[in-house]
Design a protein around this ligand. Structure first.
Ligand code: NAP
Ligand code: GDD
Length: 391
């Protein structure tokens, strides 16, 4: 039976990877940092599994990391632990550097110094965020309808393994340092290290301060609140620029109820969004190869935050979503990554990996996840983003 250690097991990807490896017959050792509250919600279903062990550890503590590697004799080590929020990395750059960059170095050193160095395969969670403002270009042939209009080709922007990195955030710089370290350790010490350059991937388990889940959680909560008040979306009365109000008795009526709008930043940014369940499969496949390498993992489609909003609101019957959304400058980042679209041809060919869940299905699946949770949260402002001062 193979043993895998997962750093960052309590996160979105950690939980899906745990499910996958348990299903494949692994003994999984999940590492979670100490917290004053329970952070095991996402891995709750595995806690009683005999093949799963949860241990305490923090990747910024080199001795602790080394102790974990030596004690558990892993065949595979997955580093998914990170301060993974780009907005937060501008507010907490030093912490981001220590966890997201330094944490990876601690694991690499622990493996290098281990007597089992040559038997351990290591996966590093690199990120499309490292491309930052950069992209490659190519000419693509258009479909029949465009050809009839005389448009044969268009220039497509994309990122693949050969696109140079121009990071735009402290998070991206820390990830890039870890990425290069994993390569250097591979080349210098003949270690089996793989970087998965993963584009954005989401799910029903996504953290609530990433834009996709922030949107789906808001819509589901607003809908539940309105149903509690027996108010339909179409009855909404817009009170002022920032606040929604509704009442069954009319705009000025008795018993008026106020509800906050969804506060968002840049709606024009485009991302290549896939589903986390598909992406953890690619992580595992990378470590099953004979030789270590780096791979882009992406769907090959880019969509804007606005498109995500449109599909999510449409799923509950709302076509004019603009009255529910307030553009808040606090959620704009000091530097933005405008466009990410990955070309995963290398992963398709070498790993025989393909995404199964496409954009629209991802959005509606996340909506259903939150609608079925039937959570009523009266104070949506507490669903913070890591950008404004309050959270
Ligand atoms: P996530 O949900 O934010 O999970 C991050 C995990 O890291 C959590 O388990 C967190 O623990 C843990 N962690 C944070 N600081 C730690 C520390 N000092 N010591 C040990 N563990 C620590 O992130 P994700 O979406 O699952 O992403 C997994 C990895 O892939 C991350 O490295 C992320 O940067 C990278 N990535 C993600 C995407 C994406 O779109 N999701 C794309 C490319 C790369 P707590 O539960 O205690 O917070
Ligand atoms: N979080 C957030 N909150 N983002 C917003 C908001 C908001 O209120 N409004 C607009 N956005 C925009 C951001 O400016 C960004 O352009 C886009 O929505 C996506 O933001 P996030 O969901 O926070 O993801 P990200 O792309 O910055 O980072 C994620 O993907 C990376 C891979 O490209 C994270 O998972 C990173 O850990 C990961 O490496």
């Amino acid at each position: 039976m193979k043993t895998a250690i997962i750093f960052g097991v309590t996160g979105q990807d950690g939980s899906y990877l745990t499910d996958l490896l348990i299903e494949k017959g692994y003994n999984v050792v999940g590492v979670a940092r100490r917290s004053s509250v329970d952070t095991t919600e996402r891995i709750g279903s595995q806690l009683q599994n005999n093949n799963f062990t949860l241990i305490e550890g923090d990747i910024t503590d080199a001795f602790c990391v080394s102790d974990i590697i030596n004690k558990h004799d892993p065949d595979e080590v997955y580093n998914l632990a990170a301060q993974s929020h780009v907005g937060t990395s501008f507010k907490q750059p030093t912490l981001t550097w220590d966890v997201t960059g330094g944490g990876c170095l601690n694991i690499l050193e622990a493996i290098r110094l281990s007597p089992r160095k040559s038997e351990i395969k290591f996966y590093q969670a690199s990120s499309s965020e490292m491309f930052g403002k950069n992209y490659s270009v190519r000419e693509v042939h258009m479909g029949v309808s465009e050809a009839l209009l005389g448009i044969d080709t268009e220039i497509q922007k994309f990122q693949d393994e050969d696109t140079p990195f121009i990071p735009q955030s402290p998070y991206a710089v820390a990830k890039l340092a870890a990425h290069h370290l994993a390569k250097i350790y591979r080349e210098s010490y003949e270690m089996f290290t793989c970087n998965g350059i993963l584009f954005n991937h989401e799910s029903e388990r996504r953290g609530e301060n990433f834009v996709t889940r922030k949107i789906t959680k808001y819509i589901a909560t607003l809908k539940a609140a309105m149903e509690g008040e027996r108010v339909d979306f179409s009855d909404v009365w817009e009170l002022d620029e920032e606040t929604l109000a509704w009442t069954p008795e009319g705009p000025q009526g008795h018993g008026e109820t106020l509800y906050p709008k969804l506060r968002l930043g840049n709606l024009e940014a485009k991302r290549d969004w896939g589903h986390a369940k598909d992406y953890v499969r690619a992580m595992w496949l990378m470590l099953q190869q004979d030789d270590p390498d780096d791979f882009v993992v992406a769907t090959g489609e880019a969509h804007s935050v606005k498109e995500f909003l449109e599909i999510a609101f449409r799923h509950v019957g709302v076509t004019d979503w603009s009255k529910y959304v307030f553009i808040d400058p606090e959620f704009f980042r000091p530097a933005e990554v405008d466009y990410l679209l990955g070309d995963a041809t290398k992963a398709y060919n070498s790993l025989e990996w393909k995404p199964e869940i496409r954009f629209e299905q991802l959005v509606t699946g996340m909506m259903d996840g939150d609608l079925n949770e039937k959570l009523f949260r009266p104070h949506l402002q507490t669903v913070s983003d890591g950008c404004p001062e309050e959270g």
